[in-house]
Design a protein around this ligand. Structure first.
Ligand SMILES: C[S@@+](CC[C@H](N)C(=O)[O-])C[C@H]1O[C@@H](n2cnc3c(N)ncnc32)[C@H](O)[C@@H]1O
Length: 309
C-alpha cells in the first residue's frame, strides 16, 4: 500500500511519463521561469539604485544577489560548480533506494500539510529532485559565502549535500572557513559525506542528529557563527525556536538565511516576526528565501523586498 502522503516527487507515479514530467508540469515550469526572469530584472534595477552609503553587510548581500542573478562564476569557480551540478544530475537520475526519517512538518517532498514523524523508503533521485535547493539559490549561498568570507558557517538540513557543497566550495576558494551541516536522517547524512568526499570538499562537516538535540552542544563548541542557512523543519514554532537559539552566537554583520519562507502560513508568520525583531540591521525578502543581517539594537535598518522567484 502506498504511504498516506502518496508518492514522493520525481520518482514517477500516476500522470507521469516514464522518467519525465507531464505536459502540464512542463508548462508550469516555463511560466515559473519566465516570471522569475521578470522579477530578477526588476530586482537588478532596484539594486542598481542602492546608495553607495548603504551599510557594508547590505552591500555584501546585494553583490551576492547580483552575481547569483547574473548566473556567472569566476574562472576558478566554474570547474568546481560544474562538478557539483554534474553530481546533482547524476543523483536526480538515480533509482537507488534510500530510507529516510521524516521529522514531520517541513518535508519539501510531502508538502506543508504533512505532519507526524515516520520513515520513508524512497529513491535518491526523488530526494534530490524534491529537497536540494536549485542552482540559482545555491549560487546565491555560494556568492554570499564568497563575499562575506565567513569563518564559521552552520546549515540546518544537509540532505544529499548539494547546498553544503556550494558553501563548502566557496570556503575552500576563500582559503578559510568551516561549515557544519546538521542532518537527522543517518542514511542521508552518510550519502552527503560521500558526495563531499567525491567532490574533494574538506570544508564541510556533516553532524548527524535532530536539530533540537545537536544545536546546543554544537553552538557551545563553535562559539560564533557568521553565516547560517536554515533549510529543514519548516514549521513556524520550530523556525523561531532555532533562530532564537542560534542568534546569540551570530555577531553583528553575521547573516542568517531562511528557506521556504512562503512554504505555509506559519512559515510566513515566522518570517514576518523574525524580520521585524530587534537587533537586525537588514532584512531582505527574496520570495522563497529571507535573509537577515544582524546589527546593533536601535541602529540604522534596511528593508528590501526583492522577490526573485
Ligand atoms: C530541504 S532538505 C535540505 C536540502 C539541502 N539544504 C540542499 O539544498 O541541498 C531538509 C533536510 O533536513 C532534514 N531535517 C528536517 N527536519 C529535521 C530535524 N528536526 N532535525 C534534523 N534534520 C532534519 C531532513 O532529513 C532533510 O534531509
Amino acid at each position: 500500500m502506498p504511504p498516506p502522503w502518496g508518492s514522493l516527487g520525481g520518482a514517477g507515479g500516476a500522470g507521469r511519463r516514464a522518467g519525465g514530467r507531464t505536459l502540464l508540469e512542463r508548462v508550469r515550469g516555463i511560466l515559473r521561469r519566465a516570471r522569475a526572469r521578470r522579477r530578477r530584472a526588476a530586482a537588478s534595477r532596484l539594486l542598481a539604485g542602492l546608495p553607495g552609503s548603504a551599510p557594508a553587510p547590505v552591500r555584501t548581500v546585494a553583490a551576492a544577489l547580483e552575481r547569483a542573478m547574473a548566473g556567472t562564476f569566476g574562472p576558478e569557480e566554474r570547474g568546481p560548480i560544474d562538478r557539483i551540478e554534474a553530481l546533482r544530475e547524476e543523483l536526480c537520475a538515480s533509482g537507488a533506494e534510500v530510507r529516510m526519517e521524516d521529522f514531520g512538518a517541513g518535508s519539501r517532498a510531502r508538502g506543508p500539510e504533512a505532519r507526524g514523524p515516520g520513515t520513508v523508503v524512497t529513491t535518491v533521485g526523488s530526494v534530490c529532485a524534491s529537497a536540494s535547493k536549485p542552482r540559482f539559490w545555491c549560487g546565491l549561498l555560494f556568492h554570499l559565502a564568497r563575499s562575506a568570507r565567513p569563518a564559521r558557517c552552520l546549515e540546518l538540513g544537509t540532505s544529499l549535500g548539494i547546498s553544503s557543497a556550494y558553501i563548502g566550495t566557496a570556503l575552500g576558494l576563500n582559503g578559510q572557513g568551516l561549515l557544519v551541516s546538521i542532518e537527522g536522517s543517518p542514511a542521508i547524512a552518510a550519502l552527503a559525506r560521500e558526495h563531499h568526499r567525491r567532490l574533494g570538499i574538506r570544508t564541510v562537516q556533516v553532524r548527524e542528529g535532530r536539530f533540537a538535540e545537536v544545536l546546543a552542544p554544537l553552538l557551545a563548541e563553535t562559539g560564533t557563527t557568521d553565516l547560517v542557512f536554515i533549510d529543514g523543519h519548516h514549521d513556524e514554532a520550530a523556525t523561531k525556536d532555532y533562530f532564537g537559539r542560534i542568534r546569540p552566537s551570530v555577531p553583528d554583520g553575521g547573516i542568517v538565511v531562511f528557506d521556504d519562507i512562503r512554504w505555509s502560513e506559519g512559515m510566513a508568520r515566522a518570517w514576518r516576526e523574525i524580520r521585524a525583531s530587534a537587533g537586525i540591521a537588514a532584512d531582505i525578502d527574496l520570495g522563497d528565501m529571507g535573509v537577515v543581517v544582524l546589527g546593533p539594537d536601535g541602529g540604522r535598518r534596511t528593508r528590501l523586498d526583492l522577490p526573485v522567484s
